[in-house]
Design a protein around this ligand. Structure first.
Ligand SMILES: *Cc1c(COP(=O)(O)O)cnc(C)c1O
Length: 370
């Protein structure tokens, strides 16, 4: 039996490359608390991401949570339920109320046609997700946010390396929160970053990631511990050297899937967006059982039988989590509900062999009955 294929596989540099990078830590003994590698990675990311400001954090979730805290928000935050638990949790853990907007059926990002109707006098911010690396309708979101004076925080966990109209995605909105988790396109083992426009937000974030410590004898906020350590920064420095090559390889795999699965009735592939330089973070496929001739569950099981791990990503919707005790109503976001019941993300990582991609496509197509 062939080796198992998981939905993703973490990118790693050669072991010697990483060893060379961390060797100096045995001399300096500076392992965390904004050391030299932290500073270097910050500078390199500023350049790579094409942003003026970036703050590094321990993970993507704390990037979201502390950004909301730093903005000192109160009331309702409009977001989508078609995302990872983190997005909604960051809102709720800040004692803010998530208000769920439906998604666009083509891009799976926040449906800007519905967005405005959800704004109340309690709305303080919009937290859209560039889901699967698909870029939200930025112009429309910015127009609405400006009109109602709302903050915009993008969950940009899936978008590392992407640009929109030639500009780094981190340049849009008041802030964008990135994840550098092991499973993401670019990883620092665990890690995250916030890109932002207002320098004061950066100062606040810097404080909040370090317990709210303002100076040696002054603690002026109830912060957390969310600093990126030097080993993680070192992994980031190494992985960043190979990121362009990794994205090119991912692109080839995505193209191959597209060739194998396009034009099949009952299969919806991810949208190709004009003006976006894509990072090929995920390859989601939506199965319409009645037309395709097999359900998502049947496809998922058929792949699993061959040792191939596809994921029901994002299922269930966050507004159906038992953690929320039925507080939200997923029937209010029917498109998100529909997609979450039918979507499967296929294995995708830089070193996935093209012949495996062909095999996966074949297994999927063979699921059709009749
Ligand atoms: C991964 C992810 C996060 C959280 O990032 P971590 O680094 O794992 O904390 C947030 N939002 C989305 C959409 C994600 O996929």
């Amino acid at each position: 039996m062939a080796d198992k294929i998981l939905v993703t596989r973490s990118s790693m540099p050669d072991i010697e490359e990483y060893m060379d990078e961390i060797r100096s830590l045995w001399d300096t003994r500076w392992l965390t608390n904004m050391g030299p590698k932290h500073a270097r990675l910050q500078a390199e990311l500023r350049r790579y991401m094409g942003v003026e400001n970036v703050e590094l954090l321990t993970n993507g979730h704390m990037s979201l949570e502390l950004t909301l805290q730093a903005m000192n928000l109160q009331g309702e935050v409009i977001t989508t339920p078609f995302t990872f638990a983190s997005t909604t949790h960051a809102i709720v853990r800040n004692r803010l109320e998530p208000v769920f907007c439906d998604i666009n059926p083509v891009t799976f990002t926040i449906d800007t046609r519905q967005l405005e109707s959800l704004i109340t006098d309690r709305t303080c911010a919009i937290l859209p997700v560039h889901v699967y690396g698909n870029v939200c309708d930025i112009e429309e979101i910015e127009r609405i946010a400006h009109k109602y004076e709302l903050k915009v925080i993008y969950d940009a966990a899936h978008t590392f390396g992407e640009t929109y109209k030639g500009k780094g995605l981190g340049t849009f909105g008041d802030a964008s929160c990135f994840s550098f988790h092991a499973t993401k396109v670019f990883n620092t083992i665990e890690g995250g970053a916030v890109t932002y426009s207002d320098k004061r937000l950066g100062e606040k974030l810097y404080e909040l990631k370090n317990f709210g410590i303002h100076g040696p004898e002054e603690v002026d906020a109830v912060g957390a511990n969310a600093k990126m350590n030097e080993y993680c920064a070192a992994m980031g420095l190494c992985n960043l050297k190979h990121i362009d090559e990794e994205i090119i390889k991912r692109g080839r795999i995505a193209e191959r899937y597209r060739t194998g699965l396009s034009g099949v009735d009952g299969i919806q592939l991810n949208a190709i967006q004009a003006d976006v330089k894509c990072n090929y973070a995920y390859f989601p496929v939506v199965f319409e059982e009645k037309i395709f001739g097999a359900s998502r569950a049947e496809v998922c099981d058929a792949l699993a039988e061959q040792g191939i791990g596809a994921r029901k990503y994002f299922y269930p919707l966050t507004n159906t989590f038992t953690a929320f005790h039925g507080k939200y109503d997923a029937s209010q976001t029917p498109v998100a509900l529909h997609v979450s019941k039918r979507v499967l993300t296929l294995p995708l990582y830089a070193d996935l062999a093209i012949k495996e991609v062909d095999r996966i496509c074949e297994i999927i197509l063979n699921c059709r009955k009749g």
